[in-house]
Design a protein around this ligand. Structure first.
Ligand code: HEC
Length: 119
């Protein structure tokens, strides 16, 4: 009898620990997904070589390819769907990123471009 109680307590404890761990990982994932610092790092890594870290396109390849300033009205007036389509599918010299980035990451990058436009 004593042994059974010990077992039940042990299993209950394990279940509680597991569910706490699962909800913690979940919470961290949500927190990172909405944290713009993440998108900024991604932008710096994948996009800044042409578009510049500040989005102005003031880099040697950016100037050569004549990229538009991502902060300009011409770019900012486009819808989120239009901007994410260019990032996913590419356009002329702009490489497509649909294979290397998730939809979620592309959406974060669009949000990041919006935040650059407000600076
Ligand atoms: C090899 C250089 C290069 C890289 C790297 C690059 N782009 Fe571009 N991007 C371009 C060029 C060139 C254009 C202009 C395409 C056109 O309209 O002819 C462009 C256009 C765009 C546009 C549309 C803006 C407009 O001109 O209307 C967006 C949005 C954009 N890029 C976002 C990104 C994001 C986000 C990344 C990183 C995931 C990225 N780009 C990486 C070269 C690049």
């Amino acid at each position: 009898m004593k042994l059974l109680i010990k077992k039940v307590v042990g299993v209950t404890f394990a279940v509680i620990t597991l569910s706490v761990a699962v909800s913690l990982t979940h919470a961290t994932r949500i927190a990172t997904a909405s944290f713009d610092g993440n998108a900024a790092a991604l932008f710096k890594d994948k996009c800044a070589s042409c578009h510049g870290e500040d989005g102005t396109g003031n880099t040697p390849p950016g100037k050569q390819l004549k990229v538009r300033n991502l902060r300009s009205a011409e770019v900012q007036k486009q819808s989120d769907a239009q901007l994410s389509a260019v990032i996913a599918k590419g356009k002329d010299k702009m490489p497509p990123f649909e294979k290397s980035l998730s939809k979620e990451q592309i959406n974060q990058l669009v949000a990041h471009i919006r935040s650059l436009g407000k600076k």
